[in-house]
Design a protein around this ligand. Structure first.
Ligand code: ADP
Ligand code: ASP
Ligand code: MG
Length: 413
């Protein structure tokens, strides 16, 4: 069996779903489809949860109206009516009519996970209508996680057991990316952009022949085409290089996706749903690492420097306190560097999390910060490449390892 993952961009409208069906007809008779919410539905559902949690009835109605119209329209276009999603919207409306009965993060997972439920219901019905017998599977009954809402950690033994019990026989099957369940039937999600990871979970548990993630780009490129004009398609990539690129922020693959596949030697194809016959990128066990530099570009970064208030050095006791604070605030460190008396980190400037973290840190440290920065990571760098990316930028911090350089810069343009 093969696993195909279709992201939100690939099913953002009815034309996208028709295209998906064509790809299945030509490329996938024995396939498990792992599908994301349509277009930007997850963002809209996040807005809905916020309005619900804050009791903003008017906003809630407006956002729900937009989400409902969007899905009804696609369903009507593809299937002639909206019956494929009636039940899910009735369930959502019932949920929203009650006072929130759980923590914000749990309510978030109950509601936001429905984006994937809706998309797979419409697509399953459309494939059926087009004479592609399709079995719809509920990922909440297959992917078992712990109780960490919004970032569920997979219980591999239980997940594998369930997937192997329920995903049997040949033919087309469809399930939701991003979604899982903790014990007590409590819905969880795997973290934003987690559908790639879902595809890897299913492939690992099923010993799949391969995974293909269908994207709006020709494959993995040596830079994000949104930022760089002249990108090169990387036809072959080692698991190690793919992990490193994803880890440093190449958003084309979710970083958790690669390891499970590497452990079983399952190849990962990244291909274009716009050019389904082009080979794209294959990630696997290859000898040769990349020969050209790859770039990862993150904007809106903040450089935070900490100095102890007392006479202490930056040592283990300070570091463990610092890391504890970052973990508690849910702020991921993109780069860190320390000297005897100062510790610097670069993080995404998330307005929901960073100010609270800074306030906490100020209790124990002298804190300075510099925002509006860019973090440029180059894998397989050379000096010429570094010089080129630094044109018109002020370099604030540089960190080099054997294969990777990270540059924290301020744009002077
Ligand atoms: P999905 O619809 O599957 O969630 P994403 O939007 O998450 O798709 O991923 C595809 C996007 O990743 C591309 O449109 C591209 O802008 C971005 N991207 C970032 N880094 C790279 C890279 N190195 N190669 C290709 N695409 C990249
Ligand atoms: N729909 C989820 C999100 O937008 C998961 C995914 O698409 O990968 O974050
Ligand atoms: Mg994505």
């Amino acid at each position: 069996m093969k696993v195909f993952k279709f992201g939100g961009a690939s099913v953002k409208d009815s034309a996208g779903v028709r295209n998906l069906a064509e790809i299945i007809k030509t490329q996938g008779q024995d396939v498990l489809l792992v599908v994301s919410a349509m277009g930007k539905t997850t963002n809209a559902l996040e807005d809905l949860v916020l309005a619900y949690a804050h009791g903003q009835a008017e906003t809630m109605r407006a956002v729900l109206g937009t989400i409902t119209d969007f899905h009804y329209q696609i369903s009507a276009d593809l299937l002639g009516d909206s019956s494929s999603v009636h039940e899910t919207f009735a369930h959502l409306e019932l949920l929203l009519s009650q006072v929130p009965g759980a923590s914000f993060d749990e309510v978030y997972d109950q509601i936001v996970s429905l984006g994937e439920v809706l998309s797979t219901q419409i697509i399953a019905a459309y494939l059926q209508k087009n004479n592609i017998p399709t079995q719809w599977l509920d990922a909440r009954q297959l992917v078992c996680t712990d109780i960490t809402f919004r970032e569920g950690r997979v219980n591999w033994a239980e997940t594998s057991l369930r997937i192997n019990q329920k995903v049997t026989g040949r033919g087309v099957k469809i399930t939701q990316g991003f979604v899982g369940q903790a014990s007590g039937n409590r819905t969880t999600t795997l973290g934003r952009d987690g559908s790639d990871y879902s595809a890897a979970i299913f492939a690992y548990c099923l010993n799949a022949e391969s995974v293909t993630i269908w994207k709006d780009v020709p494959g993995v490129l040596n830079a994000d085409p949104r930022w760089f004009d002249e990108t090169i398609l990387l036809e072959k990539l080692t698991y190690q290089d793919a992990i490193e690129l994803a880890y440093y922020g190449a958003t084309v693959i979710h970083p958790k996706t690669i390891k499970p596949l590497q452990n079983k030697g399952i190849p990962l194809y990244v291909r274009s749903f716009l050019q389904p016959n082009a080979p794209g990128t294959v990630i696997g066990n290859f000898e040769q690492h990349l020969s050209t530099p790859s770039f990862i570009f993150k904007i809106n970064q903040v450089l935070i420097s900490l100095r102890p208030n007392d006479f202490s050095f930056i040592a283990e006791d300070n570091l463990s306190r610092i890391f504890g604070r970052f973990a508690q605030a849910g702020v991921k460190i993109n780069l860190m560097q320390n000297t005897a008396i100062s510790f610097s980190v670069v993080v995404d400037n998330n307005p929901d999390r960073v100010p609270a973290l800074l306030a906490q840190l100020k209790q124990d440290f002298r804190v300075s910060y510099n925002d509006g920065l860019e973090l440029i990571t180059i894998r397989y760098y050379d000096q010429g490449t570094i010089d080129r990316v630094l044109v018109n930028k002020k370099l604030l911090l540089e960190q080099k390892s054997r294969y990777t350089v990270q540059l924290v810069v301020k744009d002077l343009g």
